[in-house]
Write a new protein. Structure first.
Ligand SMILES: [Zn+2]
Ligand SMILES: [Zn+2]
Length: 175
């Protein structure tokens, strides 16, 4: 969804306030594709600071399905956004790479709310997602989800004396 910013620029200290729908249904990250399970309107406030400078504030909540890092089951991950961006629409400033990166959500005199939100999701992406702190993960041999059941692969409760013998055997085989 685009918001036209030319109106707010026409007058000093003018403010626009809008609740904007998000078009995005999937978050397509460089590292994966994640379904947006639920979304709310984005509350956008654009304030004319001075000259061609704007302050853009955004407020919203989203839920995105993210696989658990251990067992790969999808987890409904809640994201809360409350951000403020200072942008300058002066076209002469667009030339530097830094400005360009910061303003990929500004298209001429339009604010692309989806792109703005996309950047924020990327910045706020969690390092680690677990379905629960106690997630047992999956068996590295057969792929069984160990939260849902056991498998007959290597018993991890192996007698430590046995594992020493196993290591010795492994080393022997590698020679
Ligand atoms: Zn898990
Ligand atoms: Zn297994």
């Amino acid at each position: 969804m685009l918001i036209n910013l030319s109106d707010v620029l026409s007058e000093q200290h003018k403010t626009i306030e809008k609740d904007v729908a998000v078009d995005m249904t999937v978050f397509e990250a460089p590292f994966g594709r994640y379904e947006i399970v639920s979304k709310n309107l984005v509350h956008i406030v654009v304030e004319h600071v001075k000259d061609s400078e704007l302050m853009i504030r955004g407020l919203t909540d989203l839920v995105i399905a993210v696989p658990c890092d251990r067992c790969l089951e999808e987890v409904d991950k809640a994201f809360h956004f409350d951000f403020a961006k200072n942008v300058d629409l002066n076209p002469e400033l667009v030339d530097t790479q830094k400005e360009f990166d910061e303003k990929n959500y500004i298209d001429g005199y339009n604010l692309d709310v989806d792109k703005l939100l996309y950047n924020e999701i990327l910045i706020g992406w969690p390092m680690k997602v677990l379905c629960s702190e106690n997630c047992k993960g999956i068996c590295s041999i057969c792929g069984q989800n160990l939260n849902k059941g056991t498998c007959d692969c290597e018993d991890t409760g192996l007698d430590p004396r046995m594992s020493v013998i196993q290591d010795v055997f492994k080393n022997f085989k590698e020679v």
